[in-house]
Design a protein. Structure first.
Length: 348
């Protein structure tokens, strides 16, 4: 033990263990509300347990995904609108899982900040719990890291980890062929990709986050924080109805880069850009940023957040299933021979 020196504590170094414990207690009700069959223990242990048999699986294959929210966090931090950024985090992970044909089962989060604000962190994690509840998966664990010297002021970072399952042999994509129909599901805005460009455009306009949004009601910051849509329940309903050959989550890279990820070698697609209307937020971004159509389709979701590749003779029925589940469905085009994505018409 050192003698003759003033004693230091972890709290004096900037880490408040008591605040971390208070956060765990504060979020327990939100986490408990996400419970589903298979959950074996609550928060607080060194690990989280999940029983696949209790979840109804007999011969399961596990699927895992991890993601973050990117620089959309900057807007949330700067505006103090923290209640929906957790939904984005969950959506970015579980929307990827369902593209493999998997049902999301549980979720873990990683929240890192320079100085833990229990009230702010509780709002963020409540959003994570809301996203989990909306996609049918349980929030069963996570990590809160207070890291002074790594993050300035109220800055924080988020990462998410989702695990899902499917019965052996049910993985997607499978059976994609020429003539399959592309069904696009509408997005709820920019979702969680392209925000470095979004922020650059906003900077060019000179508008503040609290300025009226030029393309909708409310402030610009609030409008751009509209959370990523959760496609899990409608997508699973379509998969269970039969005839779904693949799903593509339209994230960074847009339609141009993400759709080819689920097509067999030597296959492409033809997409009618007149099959849907470009949402107002994208019209505004394109105009203010001078963004070309090709750049819009490669950087943003451009109004289509998920694409299902389905058997042609079941496209109408599956469109009805998705519509009944609350989705706005657009028949975008078809799978074609030739390894390229071809666009017809123009975005309007």
């Amino acid at each position: 033990m050192a003698e003759g020196k003033d004693g230091l504590s972890y709290a004096q170094a900037g880490v408040d263990i008591d605040a971390g414990n208070a956060l765990v207690e504060a979020i327990k009700p939100a986490a408990k509300a996400t419970a589903r069959p298979g959950v074996m223990a609550g928060l607080g242990g060194f690990g989280a347990l999940f029983d696949l048999k209790a979840a109804g699986y007999s011969d399961p294959i596990l699927v895992a995904a991890t993601d973050g929210v990117g620089t959309k966090l900057r807007i949330a931090i700067d505006t103090g609108h923290l209640d929906t950024i957790g939904i984005d985090l969950v959506a970015m992970c579980v929307n990827d899982l369902v593209c493999q044909g998997a049902e999301p089962l549980f979720f873990l989060d990683y929240f890192a900040t320079g100085k833990l604000d229990v009230t702010a962190a509780t709002r963020i994690i409540a959003g994570i719990a809301e996203g989990c509840k909306g996609s049918g998966c349980a929030l069963i664990g996570g990590e809160t890291a207070e890291m002074p010297g790594m993050y300035e002021a109220k800055d924080f970072d988020l990462a998410g980890f989702a695990v899902g399952a499917m019965e052996r042999g049910a993985d997607l994509p499978a059976g994609v062929q020429a003539g399959d129909v592309l069904l696009g599901l509408a997005s709820d805005g920019v979702h969680s990709n392209g925000y470095s460009l979004v922020r650059k455009i906003v900077e060019r306009t000179g508008l503040g986050w609290d300025a009226p949004a030029p393309f909708t009601d409310g402030t610009l910051g609030a409008a751009l924080l509209a959370p990523t849509r959760l496609y899990v329940r409608p997508a699973l309903a379509a998969i269970r109805a039969g005839g779904v050959h693949a799903l593509a989550h339209i994230t960074g890279g847009g339609l141009t880069e993400n759709l080819p990820r689920v097509l067999p070698e030597g296959m492409g697609a033809e997409i009618d850009l007149g099959a849907w209307s470009l949402p107002p937020v994208f019209n505004w971004l394109a105009r203010e940023g001078g963004i070309t159509e090709a750049e819009m389709l490669k950087t943003f979701n451009a109004g289509i957040g998920m694409v299902l590749v389905v058997a042609a003779d079941q496209a109408e029925a599956l469109g009805a299933v998705l519509s009944e589940a609350g989705e706005s469905v657009h028949r975008l085009g078809t799978v074609t021979p030739g390894a390229s994505i071809r666009y017809a018409g123009t975005l309007v």
